[in-house]
Write a protein that binds this ligand. Structure first.
Ligand code: 4NP
Length: 152
């Protein structure tokens, strides 16, 4: 299986679209080709929607356009289509572990496991907060995905 990365949160409109956008950016800067990159949500409520306007804004402030993304739900196929699946928080990880089919080959981990000293931490859900929370999410996902791009 070629290298491929799926980022997962609950709604696929706030955190994982930012992780996808940040990793696309860092992978391009690192000259990584031949990578499949996507994001998805464990929930179904926002299927087909654009990223939250607050995520669009913080991405744009950092030179990253995420407006081509549309929310989708994690599917059983994802566990064999992707070599790596990174969950934003412990609930997302537990949901992924519970739905993983027999024969799943993807490696599951928390996104912040990529940052030395922050293993086991979650990227907090910013949905019910203000724009500050989205800046914090950007900081977390950008740092983690920059390290991922170096590792790949
Ligand atoms: P996300 O944020 O999981 O980072 O996309 C959320 C988006 C929507 C909801 C919760 C979290 N919601 O309850 O609709």
């Amino acid at each position: 299986m070629s290298r491929s990365v799926l980022f997962v949160c609950l709604g696929n409109i706030c955190r994982s679209p930012l992780a996808e956008g940040a990793f696309r950016h860092h992978a391009a800067m690192a000259g990584l080709g031949d990578l499949q990159i996507d994001s998805a949500g464990t929930g179904h409520w926002h299927i087909g929607k654009l990223p939250d306007p607050r995520s669009q804004a913080i991405a744009e402030q950092n030179g990253v356009d995420i407006t081509a993304q549309r929310a989708r739900q994690v599917s059983q196929d994802d566990f064999t289509r992707f070599s790596h699946i990174f969950a934003m928080d412990m609930d997302n990880l537990a949901d992924l572990q519970a739905m993983a089919p027999i024969g799943a080959s993807a490696q599951l981990a928390l996104l912040l496991d990529l940052i030395p000293g922050r293993e086991g931490e979650s990227v907090p859900d910013p949905y019910y907060g203000g724009q500050d929370g989205f800046a914090d999410v950007w900081s977390d996902v950008s740092e983690a995905t920059a390290l991922l791009a170096k590792r790949f």
